[in-house]
Design a protein around this ligand. Structure first.
Ligand SMILES: [Fe+2]
Length: 205
């Protein structure tokens, strides 16, 4: 008797394009992960981290906008500084998104979703002067730092030490350092002549 064999799938080198199927995990769902952390704790961390992800993506992109559009006599140094901060924020984006996935959640990814969620005000499409660019960046950093401090305390309370470490060691430290470098550019210090110097360079007092 000829027993029926499973149907053999014919393999081909041709790419199988245009495929569609239902999602394998809905956005609002949480899959279980064997990391000895309660589902409720993972749920709270995932929700917090997605808010932080949206705001960090927005801050990252604000840096690239300003990298391109900066003008004036500090153009070169700010052009480079803004791109350095963009790169550091981009690393944070990846760390946050991957932390969400390892907790069993789903990280938001696309700009339309980010725009719906972020707390950072939308900038105009047009070009702004350096002091306005910097004010906008400092405001965005403070939004992030405020929420991160709250989220870090919550993660500790829930026993999610991994999330707390990410928030404190990476998010808080990086954002604080970037604020310092950016804020020093709007300190109103004279460029050439210190206060009180006369035309001969002597103290006029
Ligand atoms: Fe560039």
């Amino acid at each position: 008797m000829n027993k029926s064999r499973p149907t053999r799938i014919a393999h081909s080198a041709a790419p199988l394009t245009g495929q569609h199927a239902h999602e394998i995990q809905a956005f609002s769902s949480l899959i279980s992960m064997p990391i000895a952390l309660a589902q409720d704790a993972r749920r709270k961390s995932v929700d917090n981290l997605n808010q932080l992800l949206a705001d960090t993506i927005t801050l990252r992109d604000l840096y690239k906008k300003h990298h391109w559009q900066v003008a004036g006599h500090t153009f070169y140094q700010l052009h480079l500084l803004f791109d350095k901060h963009f790169g550091e924020q981009n690393e944070l984006v990846d760390m946050i998104a991957e932390r969400i996935m390892m907790l069993g959640g789903i990280s938001i990814a696309m700009s339309a979703d980010v725009a719906e969620i972020t707390l950072i005000p939308r900038p105009p499409r047009g070009r702004e002067a350096v002091p306005v660019q910097i004010s906008r960046l400092l405001h965005a950093h403070e939004i992030v730092l405020k929420e991160v401090r709250t989220m870090a305390r919550q993660a500790t309370g829930d026993g999610d030490d991994g999330t707390n470490d990410l928030l404190v060691s990476n998010l808080i430290r990086t954002n604080e350092a970037q604020v310092w470098f950016v804020a020093e550019h709007v300190v109103d210090e004279p460029l050439v002549r210190a206060d009180g110097q006369d035309d001969d360079g002597r103290n006029g007092a």
